[in-house]
Ligand binder design. Structure first.
Ligand SMILES: Nc1ncnc2c1ncn2[C@@H]1O[C@H](COP(=O)(O)OP(=O)(O)OP(=O)(O)O)[C@@H](O)[C@H]1O
Ligand SMILES: [Mg+2]
Length: 335
């Protein structure tokens, strides 16, 4: 099937147990990533971005739904068998300190990505030298321990390591959020360059819509573990169709690199608790456009002419005929 997407996430639900309680990580999330595409996941803290990334990597058990990579169920014995080989899924996380072994020179950590990589072999050294050059590090860094490197250098090593085995999909979970602003753009550019020269496919996770826009062709907006909107990156970032995304765009100048100063939308005056999944829209308590139906009926999923999806009772009013947006007057002003 040539048109089959590289990654297919279908109706994914992940629940965690905290104490005796069940906590929803994500609920009913579906999307696909085509070969060569860069799909961004954006949303505020706790919206389920990392849960999706970890589920794709097979690091958290799926409660229901499925994830198929190149047609093979993630977590199945067949996927486990293929996993260490080339053409699979690799990751770059926010904090490379926790993923690079502190007691090994970084070159050894990178070499271990290929089977038998610690054996002294010319082709392994050559590949590391090539990758270090591509991520902008001198080869001499390979003999250095992680604690002796700057955050930006460590993240470059983490990218080289992710590329080492020749993966097809890279999951990047907030790869620059822990870095100084001055080096963030350099590291993002290393990732962009790797994508175009290796025809890589990305799932790029971030809380900053501008960064996600820079890195992605398609953006998925998450809120409380659910997809509220997705679409072409330029549309979602510049003409968002969902009131939540509009709020995210409006909040962007307020966001610092760690997201801690992010301006949050206040609650509306309606005192009702947030509707449960399947009983209303999770964004209702904070939505400036909320109407009665939003509290009691799950919002419908509508597909725009450009293929983007919007989950909102008021879609017909916010979307214009070209699939863009008309800025709506705020009816139920938030307090
Ligand atoms: N190991 C866990 N145990 C219990 N609950 C968890 C666990 N990991 C995540 N959660 C919960 O699942 C939900 C989604 O969390 P997740 O970490 O996926 O969000 P996120 O969008 O990555 O947030 P952030 O921007 O802070 O990284 C949150 O309510 C969170 O508290
Ligand atoms: Mg996260």
């Amino acid at each position: 099937m040539p048109d089959r997407p590289l990654l297919e996430v279908s109706d994914l639900t992940v629940e965690y147990r905290r104490g005796g309680e069940r906590v929803t990580g994500v609920s009913g999330v579906s999307f696909t990533i085509k070969e060569g595409q860069a799909v961004g996941l954006v949303g505020e803290s706790g919206s389920g971005k990392t849960t999706i990334g970890r589920a794709i990597l097979g690091l958290v058990p799926i409660t229901s739904g499925s994830i198929r990579f190149d047609g093979v169920d993630v977590g199945s014995p067949e996927h486990q068998r293929l996993r260490s080989g080339p053409g699979q899924i690799r990751a770059v996380f926010q904090d490379p300190f926790s993923s690079l072994n502190p007691s090994l020179p970084v070159g050894v950590s990178v070499a271990e990505e290929v089977p038998g990589g610690r054996r002294v072999r010319a082709e392994t050294f050559a590949r590391i030298a090539y990758l270090f050059d591509r991520v902008g590090l001198p080869y001499s860094v390979s003999a250095t321990y992680p604690s002796k490197l700057s955050g930006g250098q460590r993240q470059r090593v983490a990218i080289a390591r992710a590329l080492m085995s020749g993966p097809r999909l890279i999951v990047c979970d907030e790869p620059v959020s822990a870095l100084d602003v001055s080096v963030q753009a350099q590291v993002l550019n290393v990732l962009r360059e790797a994508r175009s020269s290796d025809s890589l496919t990305y799932c790029f996770i971030g809380h900053d819509l501008d960064v996600v826009r820079y890195m992605s062709d398609w953006i998925i907006v998450l809120y409380r573990g659910q997809v509220l909107e997705d679409g072409p990156a330029a549309t979602v970032a510049h003409n968002p169709r969902h009131p939540y995304t509009q709020a995210l765009v409006a909040a962007t100048p307020e966001t610092d690199v760690t997201g801690t100063r992010k301006k949050r939308l206040p609650r509306t005056r309606d005192p009702r608790p947030e509707p449960r999944a399947g009983e209303g829209c999770p964004f209702a308590p904070r939505c400036p456009l909320v109407i009665d139906r939003c509290w009691t009926e799950p919002p419908p999923l509508r597909t725009a002419p450009d293929g983007g999806r919007v989950v909102c009772h008021r879609y017909d009013e916010v979307a214009d005929t070209t699939g863009g947006v008309q800025n709506m007057p705020v009816r139920n002003a938030a307090v």
